[in-house]
Write a protein that binds this ligand. Structure first.
Ligand code: FAD
Length: 469
């Protein structure tokens, strides 16, 4: 353990704690503190009381105990991409898993163990060496841990389902410091809850995933004008495509990019980011209906190794606001609002991302896991980015204004895309019976709500013992 004293530190027993654990303790005043407290979204500028970079499951248990005994809030951080900024908090203890990055690939059995600090990119590169992959999201720097616990919607969602549909087992440290294994056969209630219920039930130290054969894929972007006709036909065309074809349509103003004709710069486009994960010879046929929507402004689809979908992040930090919702279609009212609002954002970059779902994700029964809405056809994510943080308020106002115009079209929300939007929105991420079951499991594993810096499931009230009068 490396540590540095900070005068006035109020956490009792921190030195004894530091002597007990293998990981690194970073306190205010430590030269690493400012870098260590940063999370992906530059808007969240939090000053934790201590950051513990754990190395082992027993470090995790000790850090949970430290939080419990000190009464400090506990923030759990894996990849640091929490949309709500939950993985850092003022005066809290941050349990940082980023040093726990071991990955074991068993190519023969098509199974992998990943420690909780692994990112989607690291895992995907490791699995690709064996021609295999597990479905994650669309971004390499996102932590496998946070992504999995909320469900995991990405490039392979139509072909192989959500990330949780490939989860075989998890090792968990619960609020009382016990280590449990959760799978279909052991602690099955916990395993159900971990698959969509977020970080509410304990800290997962390792995940075991199924691997699927994915090697070279056809991928790239097809840029089309965002006309009403194109937006109207987009979702039906994508839903009719084979499960091998994944589509994320990013609607926004064309950037001043030299690969796009200058007369298109600043006009409204739809950037179809596509991935075909089947035989390459079939990709042209699968893409034909999308290409028929309008003459392409740019078409860069080509064969590439699957990890090319997860490039290294640029490291540039920006602030951003976002709102998300599930829907089933883009109707004309929605299309009208999208076209009007996105043509005139306050920030240099603002988009609506439309992910078309269905396929393998929808074939798993909804009650099999805690993920809320498997039958939805479309996931929408409205995002606005900016580098000048002093302008944040006006960009937030633009976004929430747009959102309030379209939110009545929502049929649920994806928990991993929620900002800190309050209890009502957390409940909207689950059908009522799913939320009730999650609350019951929360009561069993974390009755005092130690794990509350998350999209929080309130523990169900304790069962009454004895006779009622
Ligand atoms: P962290 O901030 O480290 O963790 C987020 C939360 O997860 C924590 O607050 C904690 O409550 C919980 N948590 C993390 N690790 C553990 C653990 N080991 N045990 C218990 N609880 C834990 N999601 C998708 O499904 N598909 C996408 O394509 C996608 N793209 C994204 C792109 C970007 C740029 C961003 C910022 C987010 C994206 N997301 C996507 C959402 C993402 O899945 C969630 O934000 C997720 O929580 C991030 O995980 P993390 O480990 O990086 O984040």
């Amino acid at each position: 353990m490396t540590t540095q004293e900070a005068p006035g530190d109020a956490i009792a027993g921190l030195d004894a704690f530091a002597a007990r654990v293998d990981g690194d303790l970073i306190r205010p005043g430590n030269p690493e503190y400012d870098a260590a407290r940063q999370v992906e979204n530059a808007r969240y500028d939090r000053r934790p009381a201590a950051i513990v970079r754990v190395r082992t499951a027993s470090d995790v248990a000790a850090t949970i105990r430290l939080a419990r005994d000190s009464g400090r809030r506990l923030a759990v951080r894996a990849g640091g991409h929490s949309v709500a900024g939950h993985s850092a908090a003022d005066d809290a203890i941050v349990l940082d898993l980023s040093l726990m990055r071991r990955i074991e690939i068993d190519a023969e059995r098509r199974l992998a163990w990943a420690e909780a600090g692994v990112t989607a990119r690291q895992y995907t590169i490791a699995a690709h060496a064996a021609g295999l992959a597990t479905p994650f999201g669309d971004t390499g720097s996102v932590g496998v841990a946070g992504l999995t616990l909320g469900g995991g919607i990405g490039w392979l969602v139509r072909k192989h389902g959500l990330t949780i549909d490939s989860l075989v087992a998890a090792e968990v440290i619960t609020a009382d410091g016990h280590q449990l294994r959760a799978s279909e056969d052991e602690n099955a209630d916990l395993f159900w809850a971990l698959r969509g219920g977020g970080g509410n039930f304990g800290v997962v130290t390792r995940f075991q995933f199924r691997l699927h054969p994915i090697d070279t894929v056809a991928a790239g972007t097809i840029i089309l004008p965002a006309t009403t006709e194109v937006l109207r036909e987009l979702v039906p065309a994508a839903l009719a495509a084979p499960d091998e074809l994944a589509i994320q349509a990013v609607i926004g103003r064309a950037p001043d990019d030299p690969s796009i004709p200058p007369e298109v710069h600043g006009t409204l486009i739809v950037d179809l980011e596509v991935l075909y994960a089947g035989p390459l010879t079939d990709s042209e046929l699968a893409l034909a209906p999308l290409r028929a929507l309008a003459p392409a402004i740019k078409d860069s689809v080509e064969a590439k190794p699957y990890p090319a979908l997860y490039p290294e992040s640029s490291g540039e930090r920006e602030g951003w606001f976002a709102r998300a919702m599930f829907a089933d279609t883009l109707d004309d009212e929605l299309i009208g609002a999208i076209r009007a609002r996105l043509a005139d954002p306050t920030a240099p970059q603002a988009v609506l991302e439309v992910r078309v779902l269905g396929g393998a994700m929808a074939r798993v029964p909804v009650e099999a896991t805690a993920f809320g809405y498997r039958d939805r056809r479309v996931l929408m994510w409205l995002i606005t980015w900016f580098t000048d943080l002093t302008q944040a308020a006006q960009h937030e106002a633009w976004l929430t204004d747009f959102w309030s115009e379209i939110r009545h079209k929502a049929t649920g929300v994806y928990v991993n895309f929620l900002e800190a939007e309050g209890d009502e929105r957390v409940r909207a991420a689950y059908p009522p019976q799913t939320y009730a079951r999650l609350a019951e499991i929360k009561r069993r594993y974390d009755p005092e709500n130690l794990f509350r810096l998350n999209q929080n499931i309130q523990p169900a009230p304790a069962e009454r013992v004895g006779r009622t009068p």
